[in-house]
Design a protein. Structure first.
Length: 595
């Protein structure tokens, strides 16, 4: 609220005093405060205080209602102090409009507002002299509300200064205690959060911050802390004035932070996303909805777009009640499902929910539309109750976390043991693989040696066969030459030639060469003849010999020379051998091995 203008009347000569007529009189009492609803009214048409107080032509009329279509009014009332002591009072109007106070006195004395917070409420200090009647004049600016066009009827409020000072002191003390406790617990839980990185503690700290903002704004401290003020008015048809200030705006901000913190704390503490997914979705959307239904009207109202707060205030507090009921219902459901630590959370919520519900009802009944009633301690009790109850719940959470950490540590220890065991197994497998690789390498080298030996023996067999082939060819050539000699000299029958023919024939069919070949062949291909004979016992020696030649891949011509037969005879022998072996295809080394 803007600071109220305080003007003091320059002392009017006492000679004018008899001409003053105050028809509406009031008397001070022993009560801490009093409300004055009866006074006299004069429409201001540019009159000065001197004219108003001395001109008998200006007539004050009893109060009915004041039209806001008029720019200003003069109010006059007479207040008597019947007591022998001076009485210090604080004067204010029930409506948040500008006004000036004038009064008659014999001397000029400067006075000031009780405090900046009292200035915000339009409070002016006044000292009532002992056993004296005082005539007070109020000039109120009704033109500030001309845009609404409704009539008003202000009430003048008088409160003893000592009572106001006591209440003010109590306000500061309660605020300092509340904020100190909230800061202490926020700092401690912030430290716990950075140690554990548990989102539950983070949301609890956010709740404490919101509670600090809420308490500070509820006690009207922000107008002291901030160097500026923003104020919006709304006059309804009944004459009530809605007053929305920077304190009210921060009140809604604090409420949103607290309520969102409560919802998110519930989700995090009870792990509703994993254990109660349906409830988690409701709680999440409720937090979004409350932010919209609370902040949107606050922003629209404080910016002066439209005074929306008067329409949404009721639903705002109803939403708070619904949120607390949902949190309570979720806690009960979690407890019934035996979710870990749900019992502690349920017990921690009961007392704060009761006080917060009462606070919401209190705002609905007593704190609208002006938000000026800040003397109640119910909000502090509601906020501080959660400190006491949630301390136990958070300690229970720490205990739960410690138990989970112990379980995790045991799991980690078991996992480390399993890892060590697996590493040992891995080391053994690596050693075994190395041994196997060494064995494979040795076998590979041995196989290579055997293959080399096999290749050498095969080369020797081929060489031996080639030698036999060359020898037989040589013998055949010699035999042919002898035949040519006989043809040239048919009459010469030398006995030595006959002996030579007989010797050539004997060497050409000598089985000793075959025995030597067979010995080498069996060294290279052990068990070949035995396996072939076992499968096909009807094979003759010549057929076995033919199979051996086929096995080392000799050509038909080479086999014909070795056997001293025609190539056609070799092909015929092949055909017979195929039929005997039961192989419809041509006999090769692979086909014989497969048999």
């Amino acid at each position: 609220m803007p600071f109220k203008t305080i003007r003091y009347l320059i002392p009017i000569l006492l000679c004018f005093a008899p001409g003053v007529s105050a028809k509406t009189g009031h008397h001070l009492t022993n009560k801490a405060d009093m409300l004055i609803q009866q006074y006299e009214v004069l429409e201001d048409k540019g009159y000065s205080i001197t004219q108003v107080s001395t001109d008998t032509a200006l007539h004050f009329s009893p109060l009915t209602t004041l039209s806001t279509r008029k720019n200003a009014y003069w109010l006059r009332l007479e207040i008597s102090n019947p007591y022998p002591n001076n009485e210090a009072y604080l004067l204010s109007l029930s409506l948040p409009i500008h006004y000036s106070l004038y009064y008659l006195r014999n001397e000029i004395r400067e006075t000031a507002a009780f405090s900046s917070r009292q200035v915000e409420k339009g409070v002016i200090p006044f000292l009532f002299k002992s056993e004296t009647t005082h005539i007070l004049y109020f000039r109120i600016n009704t033109g500030e509300l001309a845009a609404y066009g409704h009539n008003i009827r202000p009430v003048i409020h008088l409160e003893k200064e000592i009572s106001a000072a006591s209440r003010e002191k109590m306000t500061w003390i309660s605020w300092i205690i509340s904020v100190s406790l909230l800061l202490s617990f926020a700092g401690y839980n912030g430290y716990v959060y950075f140690q554990l990185r548990d989102q539950t503690y983070l949301w609890y700290v956010i709740m404490q911050v919101g509670a600090i903002i809420f308490i500070t704004s509820f006690k009207h401290i922000f107008n002291v802390l901030l160097p500026f003020d923003v104020r919006r008015f709304y006059l309804n048809a009944e004459g009530s004035v809605y007053d929305y200030t920077i304190n009210t705006f921060f009140l809604h901000i604090g409420a949103v932070i607290v309520m969102v913190g409560v919802l998110q704390l519930t989700r995090s503490y009870l792990r509703t996303k994993e254990l109660l997914p349906a409830y988690d979705k409701i709680l999440r959307y409720m937090s979004y909805g409350y932010v919209i239904c609370c902040w949107l009207p606050a922003i629209i109202t404080i910016t002066g777009i439209y005074y929306l707060d008067s329409y949404t205030l009721f639903y705002d507090n109803i939403t708070v009640l619904v949120i607390f009921l949902m949190v309570l219902f979720t806690s009960i459901t979690a407890y019934r499902k035996k979710i870990r630590a749900a019992r502690h959370f349920l017990l921690a919520n009961i007392l704060p929910i009761i006080f917060c519900t009462c606070t919401a009802i209190y705002f609905l009944v007593n704190n609208t539309p002006s938000y000026m009633d800040n003397g109640a301690l119910l909000p502090e009790i509601a906020i501080l109750s959660q400190i006491v109850t949630f301390t136990g719940a958070l300690f229970a959470r720490i205990r739960t976390i410690n138990e989970e950490l112990k379980v995790k540590n045991r799991e980690v220890a078991q996992l480390e043991a399993d890892i060590l065991q697996n590493q040992h197994k891995h080391w053994l497998i690596e050693r075994e693989n190395e041994h196997i690789n060494q064995t494979i390498q040795q076998e590979k080298e041995r196989s290579e040696l055997l293959q080399q030996k096999l290749d050498a023996n095969n080369r020797e067999l081929v060489s031996n066969s080639l030698y036999i082939h060359q020898k037989n060819k040589l013998l055949e050539d010699l035999k042919k030459q002898l035949s040519d000699i006989d043809a040239l000299y048919p009459h010469m029958k030398h006995p030595e030639l006959k002996i030579m023919r007989s010797t050539l024939k004997e060497h050409q069919y000598l089985d000793a060469e075959w025995d030597k070949f067979r010995l080498h062949f069996e060294n290279v291909h052990p068990g070949f003849f035995e396996a072939l004979k076992a499968k096909h016992s009807s094979l003759t020696n010549n057929e076995l010999r033919l199979c051996a030649y086929f096995h080392i891949n000799l050509s038909t011509k080479e086999i014909a020379v070795l056997l001293n037969i025609a190539p056609a005879s070799v092909r015929q022998a092949k055909t017979r051998l195929n039929k005997k072996l039961g192989n419809p295809i041509e006999v090769t080394s692979e086909s014989i091995d497969n048999q």
